[in-house]
Design a protein around this ligand. Structure first.
Ligand code: ATP
Ligand code: MG
Length: 513
């Protein structure tokens, strides 16, 4: 049994102007333990981890941090590293033109003869650490050539090279493929067996159950429950997180569909960088009021398809697009908006919002005409629109005037979603709309999708979370191998069938019969 207080954060309080982000929070993790830290968007998870990792150093918070019974008073991130704490950021900032080994040992490169880098020791050391984790990456390779998942594994190896005992992963899987997630979990299990303390932040319950030993919940900056993972039902965790239970995770109601809004015929989409066809002459259509879901593994071209419809895909595409029965060509996002399209991109941090604007400005940005011209922008209307969304999506903030950059990650996403919902388009394209969003807000987003489809809007969306895709779509198309590998109406398909179509194992099976 692990001693459950190797790391002990006690009575932590952190106040930002206008918000008490953390209020007397305590957290304990033992060696050889993986603790899932859960909570709604804005509950204070990242702030607590910023305190642990020295971003907010001693003196900038109230409370104490003890490691192995000893009080730690580091003032900055390098002090936290010396105390054995490593943050494994999702968007790590690797030095792309340095090797994997150099990235791992940055700031502590082994030297010989007093001043020159001992390359042999560097690469041998790096290879040893990578091998101990079972990571097959050449330590001489430049970081630039690694994918997101591999870069993250290097970040873990880097923590190990620094002898970290406490490792924090804040939503580590959002840009990983399923296979990469599995590999990450194998490595986390090895680290657990080696006696590390691991804190794992996620909004995905399946991950929490797959990897964690205990669950600690924050709500409104306070401790809201501690559980042993194997003994707790997800309902109990949800209730601790949001203070109520969710009766209906997927509240999709049946609606009458109207005429076809969008139809594509023989639509081909190329990769944006290389000369590779992602989707080959696919045809599909969506009706007024219909929610059409696109299932497929990462890399099948779901995002590229949605972006190409919106005129924002950098690669080539060909084919016929009919909008309300008339041939249409959308060459850029401005034309797309004029045609009544809205697109919620997957990468919201870069495409979705203007961090220095406040919430109200961001939400009303694409629909300024609704409020008045750019020059006579009516702040009152802007405020009241923003307040509506802050209420319905439960955006945790001090008000419409808060700068978006200071919101928690999930709440920033809710702002971007509000922005598109507010344009009231004819066709809404949603790429992973619930990524990084807490479970309560997920259901709010489903409700909004319902409300929009009730008003006759057509929605095409992609999600990697199959339960929600199957639960909320009226029809699901499974993309595989450049084409449509299967089509199901709501309730017709089960998870296993869709999964095997996505991975092509169904096609292989029938091919061998
Ligand atoms: N620099 C800052 N200035 C002002 N307020 C901040 C700042 N950083 C965080 N906050 C506020 O503190 C609260 C907690 O934010 P935090 O980022 O810790 O949430 P979180 O639990 O990580 O949420 P998510 O799941 O969305 O990532 C939020 O209300 C947020 O707006
Ligand atoms: Mg966060």
């Amino acid at each position: 049994m692990a001693d459950s207080s190797y790391l002990s954060m006690k009575n932590i309080t952190k106040v930002f102007p206008g918000v008490k982000a953390l209020d007397d929070v305590s957290l304990n993790v033992g060696r050889g333990e993986i603790l899932a830290l859960l909570g709604e968007n804005g509950a204070g998870k990242s702030t607590l981890m910023k305190i642990l990792s020295g971003v907010y150093g001693h003196g900038r918070y109230d409370g104490t941090i003890e490691i192995d019974g000893k009080a730690e008073r580091y003032a900055n991130p390098s002090g936290a590293v010396s105390a054995g704490i490593a943050m494994i950021y999702q968007e790590l900032n690797p030095l792309l033109d340095l090797s994997v080994a150099e990235n791992m040992y940055l700031g502590m490169l082994p030297v010989k003869y007093g001043n020159s880098v001992d390359w042999k020791r560097l690469y041998d050391g790096a290879d040893g650490v990578l091998a101990s984790l079972g990571i097959a990456i050449n330590s001489r390779m430049h970081m630039r050539f690694l994918g997101a998942g591999e870069q993250q594994l290097v970040a873990i190896a880097r923590a190990l090279a620094r002898d970290a005992t406490i490792m924090v992963l804040d939503e580590p899987t959002s840009s990983l493929t399923d296979q990469e997630v599995e590999r990450l979990f194998e490595i986390l299990k090895k680290l657990r067996a080696a006696g590390k303390c691991i804190i794992y932040i996620s909004h995905k319950f399946n991950e929490v159950y797959a990897i964690s030993d205990r669950v600690s919940v924050l709500r409104d900056g306070k401790n809201a429950g501690d559980f042993v993972t194997a003994e707790v039902e997800s309902d109990q965790i949800i209730t601790a997180m949001i203070g109520r239970s969710l009766h209906d995770m997927f509240p999709r109601k049946a609606v009458e569909f109207g005429e076809i809004v969008l139809e594509v015929r023989d639509y081909t989409v190329w990769h944006q960088h290389v000369d590779k066809v992602l989707l080959d002459r696919i045809s599909l259509s969506v009706r007024k009021g219909e929610i059409l879901g696109l299932a497929g593994l990462v890399g099948t071209g779901r995002s590229e398809f949605l972006n190409s419809l919106f005129g924002s895909h950098l690669g080539r595409h060909t084919g016929t697009v009919l909008l309300d029965g008339r041939e249409s060509s959308v060459a850029n996002p401005r034309q797309a908006k004029a045609s009544g399209f809205g697109l919620l991109t997957e990468d919201r941090r870069t495409n979705g919002m203007v961090a220095i604007m406040d919430i109200g400005e961001n939400i009303t940005l694409p629909s300024l005409r609704q409020i008045g011209s750019l020059f006579t922008l009516n702040r009152r209307t802007e405020r009241s629109i923003a307040e509506g969304f802050i209420g319905s999506l439960r955006i945790r903030c001090t008000g419409p005037d808060q700068e978006t950059a200071t919101l928690s990650g999930g709440n920033q996403q809710k702002v971007v979603i509000s922005k598109w919902l507010n344009t009231e388009p004819k066709l809404l394209l949603l790429d992973e709309p619930t990524r990084g969003v807490d479970v309560g807000a997920k259901v709010e987003i489903y409700q909004l999708m319902n409300a929009l489809s009730d008003r006759g809007l057509a929605i095409i969306w992609a999600s990697s979370e199959l339960p929600e895709l199957l639960g909320m779509s009226d029809r699901v198309l499974v993309l595989w191998n450049g084409g449509i590998g299967g089509e199901f109406r709501r309730g017709e398909a089960d998870l296993g069938t869709v999964m095997s179509l996505m991975t092509g194992s169904a096609a292989l099976r029938s091919a061998t019969v």
